[in-house]
Write a protein that binds this ligand. Structure first.
Ligand SMILES: [Zn+2]
Length: 372
């Protein structure tokens, strides 16, 4: 995900914060400072409310992080490396390098999140009953944290894929049906039904009760529906490319440019061939890839003097695939690196170019014409 910055490392796992989280941070602090705390504890100075609000928001933030860390620790124990944890507007996600290998592994990794939130809720509630009473600022903050973690656990347990509950449901269907594709389809189907019910309920709240909380239901329902659909299309491309190799999808009638070409000549190539990028080759040596993107920052008057070699993306920064790589893996790699294309090389020799557009076209063809 772009627009995120690295906050810290947690047991070697990078933790990133998406900028949308900052917005939530402000909204949360403002709501707590101006509305929630003054309502439950009366008569304090405004800076005190603000201090309590910001500290409580930080604890909520730590709770979300701990939930994701719970998933991560169990995933690592199950042999699935964690790429990073990203916190964004609606919580967080622990990005796994691969899907769990078995239903049991998926069940354990998924359950760890809500269980962590539940544990935090119980500890906070216990602290409250042992040390505080209602009407105390710290006590109210502790109760708030307890409630929020409880809500987080319960919300995540809704069986709408890809929420934790939907993943638990999928692992159970997967266990009994022995088929992950079918299980995902069923879980995504149930998730869609739930998100539509939530949206319908939201509309009814607005129209019949004039209750604007309905907007939240519509919004959340829509987000879950979208997320479910995108996991489903990921699954479809896994199916589409099953058993296919990069060599079957790459283009081999390669148009290349030389590192000594001027940018003027390069512009001519873009206009003539209408490709988005060209491999840069001199003799039998491949130097890298040059795309329209590389060119766009060079002012036009420099085009005649500047050479392709000065602006190209060098080989070490280009995604390089082997012709025998699985097509689905290649697509996944391109998506995760946000690379539009990859050079296909065999023993140091350039044999083809694979673009995401080509792969998308193949997927469309596959959907329309069927697997034959
Ligand atoms: Zn979770």
């Amino acid at each position: 995900m772009n627009n995120s910055f690295r906050l810290m490392y947690l047991k070697g796992i990078p933790v990133e914060i998406h900028i949308s989280w900052l917005l939530i941070f402000f909204l949360f602090s403002i709501t707590l400072a101006l509305s929630y705390f003054p309502a439950v504890v009366e008569g304090l100075e405004s800076p005190v409310y603000w201090l309590a609000a910001v500290l409580t928001t930080l604890v909520v933030f730590a709770s979300v992080l701990t939930h994701e860390f719970g998933h991560s620790l169990v995933a690592i124990r199950e042999g699935i490396p964690i790429k990073k944890i990203v916190l964004f507007v609606f919580g967080g996600v622990a990005q796994m390098e691969s899907e769990p290998k078995s239903p049991a592994a998926e069940f354990k990794v998924t359950a760890a999140g809500p269980l962590t939130s539940m544990a935090i809720a119980i500890v906070a509630a216990a602290l409250y009953y042992l040390f505080f009473s209602s009407g105390q600022l710290i006590g109210e903050a502790v109760v708030f944290v307890a409630r929020l973690n409880l809500i987080m656990a319960v919300f995540n347990l809704i069986p709408a894929f890809p929420l934790d509950g939907g993943r638990l449901f999928r692992s159970i269907v997967w266990y009994f049906g022995k088929n992950i594709l079918l299980a995902t389809r069923i879980a995504v189907g149930l998730g869609s039904v739930i998100s539509f019910v939530a949206m319908a309920f939201g509309f009814m709240l607005i129209f019949f009760q004039g209750d604007l909380w309905g907007l939240w239901l519509i919004f959340i329902g829509w987000m879950i529906y979208q997320a479910g659909q995108s996991s489903y299309s990921q699954l479809i491309f896994k199916e589409t490319f099953a058993g296919m190799k990069v060599s079957q999808l790459m283009s081999t009638d390669l148009q290349t440019v030389s590192p000594d070409d001027s940018l003027e000549q390069l512009a001519e190539c873009f206009l003539t061939y209408k490709y988005g990028a060209f491999p840069v080759v001199y003799g039998s040596t491949t130097h890298g890839l040059v795309s329209l993107q590389n060119m766009k920052d060079v002012p036009r008057e420099k085009w005649s003097e500047k050479r392709v070699s000065r602006i190209l993306t060098p080989l070490k920064d280009t995604l390089i695939l082997h012709p025998n790589t699985d097509a689905a893996d290649a697509m996944m790699k391109m998506a995760s690196l946000n690379a539009g294309r990859a050079l296909v090389m065999d023993n140091g020799e350039l044999v083809g170019l694979l673009s995401r557009t080509d792969m998308m076209r193949f997927m469309q063809m596959h959907m329309v014409l069927g697997s034959d």
